[in-house]
Design a protein around this ligand. Structure first.
Ligand code: S3P
Length: 432
């Protein structure tokens, strides 16, 4: 894929796809509830398709229509042993959530993935689960994981890594475990699992003490099915929001965007940088906050962000770094250690690719420093993505100001935003 400079600005209302995190949960939770759930606006990207296939392979009846899914859930213990291994492609969310869910089933499974997923850390989920008695064998802490399903024991688990995937995996294990499992979450991470389980009638209580959360799940209780409308993905929107901000004469309207307060760090950060963003039509869908977002070209300032906001926007640093490259003053983003264990080592790829584009930036410990200039001289126009969808899309947006940039392995964008190129061209972007 080659992304080129835009001269006339970006205008229109691109269709942002359904939220990836909520889409995964909209397959998993209905599959173990009792009854039929109709899921509309589900994201049909590679990651979510892998989750759908996983549940089909475990005997769940899932009917796929154009933009809708009908899931026929038969309860917590209705899943069947799949015939072969479960392949999860690039999807860390599927891997961590399924590890929790499957560790409390009555059959054994093997989880596999692509080369990126196979190098990502899985001890972060298998170790806390082993405190509940889970039997999980890994390849030195990575996939393939062999999960020997067994009856788990309730206990208290303290999570120190800020990760919604770890929290959600443990919650899913606890749903099928007798008694009360207590999870202490010390940092604020996305809460879609808790929110959806509440709506499905799970016996789950949440007590908040500042950013610390104590979650109690009373297991072995049936879940009721409800219909779900998946709101659109703020993380996917962020690429177009920044594209409009950094290109002159731009004005975009993005509709039905999920602005869950455990996910909205990117909006807080961009507003701090002086971005002109308006919110309207604020409402709730299935207990998730949703609104329309209008964004205009803006003169951005740099900003300093501490590590606590990273938990609310961990996926948005690649595109935020692009925005910071066109600000009037330097930026520093602190506490980005978790970026190193995403679909790629994102901290390193952000630095490397910004430097290829002529941006002066450095990483010190886990902090990223960006020193913007008025004009950039490209050093290497080939962007290395290591098959990471968010690096590919962020640098496609970088190309609108410094292009042409050649984005290697850009088909990775099918992981989360298969219509990215079409939508981008529709609003005036130039991508071959
Ligand atoms: C996700 C949680 C985040 C995020 C990922 C999706 C989820 O990971 O990076 O893209 O759906 O729970 P961590 O919570 O592990 O940081």
């Amino acid at each position: 894929m080659i992304s080129n400079i835009i001269s006339k600005g970006l205008k229109g209302s691109p269709k942002i796809p359904g939220d990836k995190s909520i889409s995964h949960r909209s397959v998993i939770i209905p599959s173990i509830s009792n009854g039929i759930s109709e899921v509309t606006n589900i994201l049909k990207s590679d990651d979510v398709l892998n989750t759908i296939e996983a549940f089909k392979s475990m005997g769940v009846e899932i009917n796929e229509m154009k933009n809708k899914l009908i899931v026929n859930g038969k309860g917590l213990n209705s899943l069947k042993k799949p015939i072969g291994e479960i392949y999860l492609g690039n999807s860390g969310t599927s891997a961590r959530l399924l590890t929790g869910l499957l560790s409390s089933q009555s059959f054994d499974t093997v989880l596999t993935g692509d080369s990126s997923l196979s190098s990502r850390p899985m001890k972060r989920i298998s170790e806390p689960l082993s405190k509940m008695g889970a039997k999980i064998l890994s390849n030195n802490g990575t996939l393939p994981l062999k999960i020997n399903g067994t009856e788990l024991s309730n206990t208290t688990i303290d999570i120190n890594i800020p990760s919604a995937q770890i929290k959600s995996g443990i919650i899913l294990a606890a749903l099928n475990t007798y008694g009360i499992t207590t999870i202490i979450e010390n940092k604020n991470t996305r809460d879609h699992t808790e929110t959806m389980l509440n709506a499905f009638g799970a016996d789950i209580s949440i007590q908040k003490q500042d950013i610390k959360k104590i979650i109690k799940i009373n297991g072995k209780k049936n879940l009721n099915s409800i219909n779900i409308e998946v709101p659109n993905d703020l993380s996917s929107s962020a690429f177009f929001i920044v594209a409009a901000l950094i290109n002159k004469n731009s004005h975009l309207v993005l509709r039905n965007i999920n602005v869950n307060p455990t996910r909205n760090g990117i909006l807080i950060a961009l507003e701090k940088m002086g971005a002109k963003i308006l919110f309207s039509n604020q409402r709730e869908i299935n207990n998730e906050k949703v609104c329309d977002i209008e964004v205009f070209s803006s003169e951005l300032n740099g900003c300093e962000l501490e590590g606590d906001i990273a938990d609310l926007m961990i996926d948005e640093y690649p595109i935020l770094s692009v925005a910071a490259s066109f600000a009037k003053t330097p930026s520093v983003f602190r506490g980005l250690g978790e970026l190193k264990v995403k679909e790629s080592d994102r901290l390193n790829l952000i630095k490397l690719n910004l430097q290829s584009c002529g941006v002066d930036c450095k990483v010190l410990n886990d902090d990223l420093f960006i020193f913007p200039k008025k004009n950039y001289e490209i050093i290497n126009n080939k962007i290395q993505t290591n098959y990471d969808h968010r690096i590919a899309m962020a640098f496609a947006i970088m190309g609108t100001r410094v292009g042409p940039l050649v984005i290697n392995d850009s088909n990775s964008i099918n992981t989360s935003f298969p219509t990215f190129v079409d939508e981008f061209i529709n609003i005036g972007g130039k991508i071959d």
